[in-house]
Design a protein. Structure first.
Length: 258
């Protein structure tokens, strides 16, 4: 599998448009080469596992910011706004497994009840890094998943689902220090961010001011600045410029390929 730069296409709600896998087998395996500085902020209902193959990257997921080194990885829950960026100028390669929760089991199955439903609880973390001893075990499972999908032996689909289920058994046993519901303030910030990011995406090709972005969430310019800083660590105008540059780069890449 060749390395490639992951270009994310989103809708007006910053939800990723790409379908991961196919309906009967809703899981996809990506080999990423982080040639640009960042993967745009986006979200999808699928769950995501990431493992760093080379270099160091930063991961933003909800209110969490984390540096991951070679051999480390993370779990990103469904519906969580997230992005990744290259920390150093050296090459950075990573692998990503993105899959729909129904791949584990239907909503009326014990698989869903025991392993998926708990993920949707407000107390369950949006992001879990694989850093310590337990994390090392999870990276081994990740590598096993990758090897199975590369070989695609008869019955590999069942093996993939089995290992993913095993993955979540281990996740549920990891001591989690912050299993707390988002505060009212944090939830309000997330709701406002979705409104403002939707507005920015819808009017990306137009001239936009800080006031217009703030108005889309019915807040003041000052609160708009604070909300962006608290949520994604950047100003609205900086995010707007970065988003436009990413769109231009994606367009240039597609033009060169054609």
């Amino acid at each position: 599998m060749e390395n490639r730069e992951i270009n994310v296409t989103t809708d007006e709600n910053e939800r990723q448009l790409e379908q991961h896998g196919i309906a009967p087998f809703p899981i996809a395996f990506y080999q990423g080469d982080l040639r640009s500085n960042t993967v745009v902020w986006h979200w999808h209902e699928e769950l995501e596992l990431i493992l760093i193959q080379k270099g160091n990257i930063g991961v933003g997921a909800g209110k969490t910011r984390e540096k991951l080194n070679t051999g480390q990885g993370c779990f990103i829950n469904g519906g969580v706004l997230h992005n990744i960026w290259k920390i150093e100028t050296t090459p950075c390669e990573y692998r990503s497994i993105v899959f729909h929760p129904r791949f584990i089991g239907s909503m009326d199955s014990l698989f869903w009840i025991n392993y998926i439903h708990p993920l949707k609880a407000p107390s369950f973390p949006q992001y879990i890094p694989f850093l310590n001893k337990e994390g090392n075990h999870l990276t081994v499972l990740f590598s096993q998943l990758w090897k199975i999908q590369e070989e695609k032996a008869i019955g590999y689909e069942n093996e993939v689902r089995y290992l993913l289920t095993k993955f979540f058994i281990y996740l549920s046993n990891i001591p989690l220090e912050q299993q707390q519901r988002l505060s009212i303030k944090e939830q309000r910030d997330m709701d406002r961010m979705k409104l403002m990011l939707t507005f920015v995406e819808t009017h990306l090709s137009e001239e936009l001011s800080l006031g217009q972005i703030a108005k889309s969430a019915l807040i003041s310019e000052t609160e708009c600045l604070r909300c962006f800083r608290r949520s994604i660590g950047a100003s609205p105008i900086h995010f707007l410029k970065e988003r436009r540059l990413q769109c231009a780069a994606g367009l240039l890449l597609s033009t060169n390929k054609s």
